[in-house]
Design a protein around this ligand. Structure first.
Ligand code: 4AD
Ligand code: MG
Length: 429
């Protein structure tokens, strides 16, 4: 019977067949130890010459790193380690023999590994990251549906900017001139709340960011959520609930993967507690006390984010930023100075993982904000319509998937947190 390695616990003592790839092979005379990956898990297959046919033993000897194989054997409990199983091989067939797999067991530099990303994905580390990424996506969908959000997709080709005009990717668009790849679907799901109340999108977004950092991609995945009748404080509560749900979900479903990545899970567990909230004003003061030279009115740099969270067990909200450094769509406080917004900064050097705000719902105020920011009103008439017909207070936020995966896995560079990274210097494979 064909089963997956992850099902071994239910098949102890039985003969089963698995299909997968040889990750590693060690031989000592008439015994071979093959480390096998079948997508769902990893196991050791022990092949002894004297219990195999000649052809099966020859196939065992012929199998190399990354050869695809079909192995039949008896599932056994590992003699010493709990919850670990192995396969005592009774038959082995090579499906395709792999020769000279480029990623050998020695150390390779990041450029070589990224050039071979299509093959590097097979490593244990990348396997674990891919699975955690999937769990984060699943957790986000679960939490949002439990909280009355539905998924409404937004377009990738857009006629106008959402997050400022300096990071747009232009694309020639037939006779209609220039389209831009979406920086965030926010404006579109803002329109959809008047239909479905609460909604989210989840897809690739694009930023022509010239930043060469461990946190910036030019193409990344963002979940934008938007809810009618939600104001600033409740917006933060929804974000906190979401992030804590993600942490709990990954701890529950990805214990093996977190272990493989040597992530300190005790630290992660502690992040599932009420988050700290600073105003921007308090954050700047605190940073100055801690030795940063940040001035009021400046954006927080990577170092500032690290400094502010270095002793924190939980992620930190920084709310109510000066309007000058935030986009036109954010609603302002009564004094018209501060945006009713927030950035959420993760622990352990994770940096900003969420940006959100209450939205300006008054059409005249919005037009004025657009004018001061030099945006062309004609491009946004459709968006302004959402404020002309039954405008309501509403709020939303965007969470960067790779940033969250980076934080939860403890991986240093965001390029490992997306299957095929796109950065300024990389378009391949
Ligand atoms: O803070 P940002 O720019 O917010 C928006 O785009 C809003 N329109 C979202 C909304 O309110 N619906 O981006 C949101 C998040 C950031 O907090 C960060 O996690 C991630 O997207 N992000 C990036 N991730 C990887 N590479 C980049 N270049 C990123 N830029 C932003
Ligand atoms: Mg931001």
């Amino acid at each position: 019977m064909n089963i997956y390695i992850s099902q071994f616990r239910d098949f102890v003592g039985q003969e089963v067949t698995i299909r997968g790839w040889v990750h590693n092979k060690r031989s000592s005379g008439p015994i071979s130890f093959l480390e096998i990956r079948d997508g769902q898990g990893w196991t050791q297959a022990v092949a002894a010459k004297n219990s195999l046919s000649d052809s099966a033993w020859a196939a065992t000897e012929n199998s190399t790193q990354e050869s695809s194989v079909m192995i039949t054997g008896k599932v056994a409990k590992h003699p010493k380690r709990e919850n670990v199983f192995e396969l005592q091989v009774t038959d082995l067939k090579v499906i395709q023999r792999s020769e000279d797999f480029p990623i050998a067991k020695k150390e390779h530099g990041p450029d070589f590994l990224m050039d071979n990303r299509h093959l590097w994905l097979r490593s244990k580390r990348q396997w674990a990251i891919l699975r955690i990424r999937d769990s984060v996506i699943t957790a986000i969908g679960e939490y949002l549906h439990q909280n009355f959000f539905i998924k409404v997709d937004s377009p990738v080709f857009t006629p106008n900017a959402c997050e400022g005009t300096t990071t747009l990717f232009p694309v020639p668009y037939f006779d209609l001139g220039t389209a831009y790849l979406s920086q965030s679907g926010q404006l579109y799901i803002e329109a959809a709340i008047a239909s479905v109340g609460r909604c989210y999108d989840f897809g690739p977004v694009f930023r022509a960011e010239k930043s060469k950092t461990k946190r910036h991609l030019t193409e990344f995945w963002m979940m934008d959520a938007e809810a009618a009748f939600v104001e600033h404080d409740e917006n933060l509560n929804i974000q906190e609930g979401l992030v804590r749900y993600i942490v709990r979900y990954v701890l529950q479903h990805c214990a093996e993967e977190l272990t493989m990545l040597e992530r300190d899970v005790e630290k992660l567990k502690k992040a599932d507690a009420p988050f700290t909230r600073y105003t921007y004003d308090a954050a700047v003061k605190k940073l100055n006390e801690l030795g940063s030279d940040i001035k009021y009115g400046e954006d927080l740099g990577n170092d500032d984010e690290g400094l502010l969270t270095k002793d924190s067990l939980v992620p930190v909200f920084i709310e109510k930023w000066p309007k000058e450094i935030k986009p036109f769509y954010m609603k302002l406080d009564k004094e018209n100075k501060l945006a009713l917004n927030d950035d959420l900064i993760a622990t352990d050097g994770g940096g900003e993982i969420i940006g959100g705000s209450q939205r300006e719902e008054n059409v005249d105020v919005l037009i004025e904000r657009m004018r001061t920011e030099g945006l062309n009103q004609a491009d946004y008439e459709w968006y302004l319509d959402t404020r002309r017909y039954g405008s309501v207070p509403h709020s939303g936020f965007g969470i960067g998937l790779e940033r969250v995966v980076r934080w939860i896995t403890g991986v240093e560079h965001v390029r490992e947190c997306i299957p095929f990274a796109r950065t300024i210097g990389r378009l391949k494979p």
